[in-house]
Design a protein around this ligand. Sequence first.
Ligand code: DGL
Length: 277
Amino acid sequence: MGDSNSSKNLVGIFDSGVGGLSVLREIRALLPSQPLLYFGDQAHVPYGKRQLSEIQDFSFSITRYLLEAGARLIVVACNTASAAALKALRLKFPDVPFVGMEPAVKPASRQTHNGVVGVLATPATFQGELYNTLVEKFARDVKILTSTLPGLVEEIENGRLDSPKTRSILEEAILPMMAQGADTFVLGCTHFPFVLPLIREIAGPQVNVIDPAPAIARRTQALLQERGWENPRAESAPLAFATSGDREKFAQITRNLLGIRSDPLKLSWDGMFLNAN
Ligand code: DGL
């Protein structure tokens, strides 16, 4: 596993499932010497249909687990968990730097030519205070259309990135929005970048699609730098994975999505505690 400093300044990353791997991919590209520990809460995926309070409880427990495993900075690589818990996480763990996700309403409002933006996110993300604040602050002069793409997270969790069902879910959401003039789409769920090729095929080249993952990676780097925690470029640092779901399934989809072997650790929920078994 590299040199003795190989697990220095560990970054913990979590999502309801494999969606946050779209964020991990960008962080890895920008910070190859930073060890990363990724947790997918596949026992509870999808988060998007759950109560915000329940998602907040999961997020507290997952954060506790990642900190105990040595993480110094936490990336909430899930728009839904960020909507439900980011503010509360910062209050509960005041010494820990968090990077959270929010739908990219601000850049989209600046980039749209027609003044119509389509936001794709989960129901819980749209319910959160964070989303409504963003719209109020940055999208007053823009028409916002929304879709929750029911069933899409489940398709992606099962590795069906180009199935007829995946295609029809996307077409039913995107085509009516385009008919209403949407020229800019916001990927407000970290699962969705994995179907970006299909989105581009359906929407055509003239439509602008915003994936916030590269900006999240830059924010992670900035917070590490501020604290002197960015590891110097050397050999690549270890990547570790854990899931509360099925290890084999997680390993297979990680191979499909990222082209890497993950050999994940299995964690189990015991009430509100996460245990390695
Ligand atoms: N990947 C997630 C997000 O960014 C959550 C999807 C889900 O579990 O519903 O919102």
